[in-house]
Write a new protein. Structure first.
Length: 240
């Protein structure tokens, strides 16, 4: 199975619009990270995918490493000279207290269940230095509902703000910030988009799309309204 894991993802190509949108999303997330953690230091990304954050993160001054489960994606990263370890997580093949930031964008929801989610959070706490930050982005199941499962067949662990906040808290993290976003939009703009997203889920749209052969169009529309939650969790530093 390992050779086929995320094969569809490694082979996909973003359109010009999709690439520009993805870049705006990542710029927003890195700006949020910069408000809570400052380089120089060591940053480990879990599940970097195509590695679109490698250059922006290193340009910020971080020393970058990655852990990637997909052989195809790990190979592509190595060809670019990225320090990447091919491994399934958890556990993390990283020494205790060896990084200042653990970055995991839409990885936690891929855990096989609550035990794996607990192990993921415990490992994140273990590998961070005191005062380090876990930057974790997940889908909001309470908005996406059925689309949470349909958008990616490897989604397993249900993620909501309350569930993830409690999970991180149980493993010692102090959650400093949670930011809701639809694409690059947050705040009032996100709220307006969330209201518009209801139109893409009107009763009858699914059978209509099958009859009109526009299922892929409807899927893409819903994906553009996909909501995420970005968590900034800090590993407390010992008292001075």
């Amino acid at each position: 199975m390992a050779d086929d894991f995320y094969k569809w993802f490694s082979e996909r190509r973003l359109t010009r619009f999709g690439g520009a949108r993805r870049q705006r999303i990542e710029q927003g997330r890195l700006a949020l990270l910069a408000r809570h953690a400052s380089p120089p230091g060591d940053l480990i990304e879990i599940g970097p995918g195509a590695g679109s954050l490698v250059e922006p993160i290193t340009a910020m001054g971080w020393r970058y490493r990655a852990i990637e489960a997909s052989p195809a994606l790990a190979r592509q990263l190595r060809e670019r000279g990225v320090d990447v370890t091919e491994a399934w997580v958890p556990p993390f093949p990283v020494a205790d207290a060896s990084c200042d930031v653990l970055y995991a964008d839409q990885v936690l929801e891929h855990m096989s269940g609550i035990d794996a989610a607990h192990a993921f959070a415990a490992e994140a706490f273990r590998v961070l230095r005191p005062g380090g930050v876990a930057f974790i982005v997940v889908p909001d199941y309470l908005k996406e509902r059925g689309f949470f499962w349909d958008v990616d067949y490897t989604h397993n662990f249900v993620t909501t703000e309350r569930r993830v906040r409690l999970l991180l808290g149980d493993h010692g993290f102090a959650v400093e910030r949670v930011v809701r976003a639809i694409g690059p939009s947050t705040g009032v703009a996100r709220d307006l988009l969330a209201a518009c997203a209801m139109l893409a889920n009107l009763p009858g749209l699914d059978p209509l799309s099958r009859y009109t052969r526009t299922e892929d169009v409807l899927f893409r529309v819903r994906k553009n309204f996909f909501e995420t939650l970005a968590f900034v969790g800090r590993k407390p530093a010992p008292p001075a």
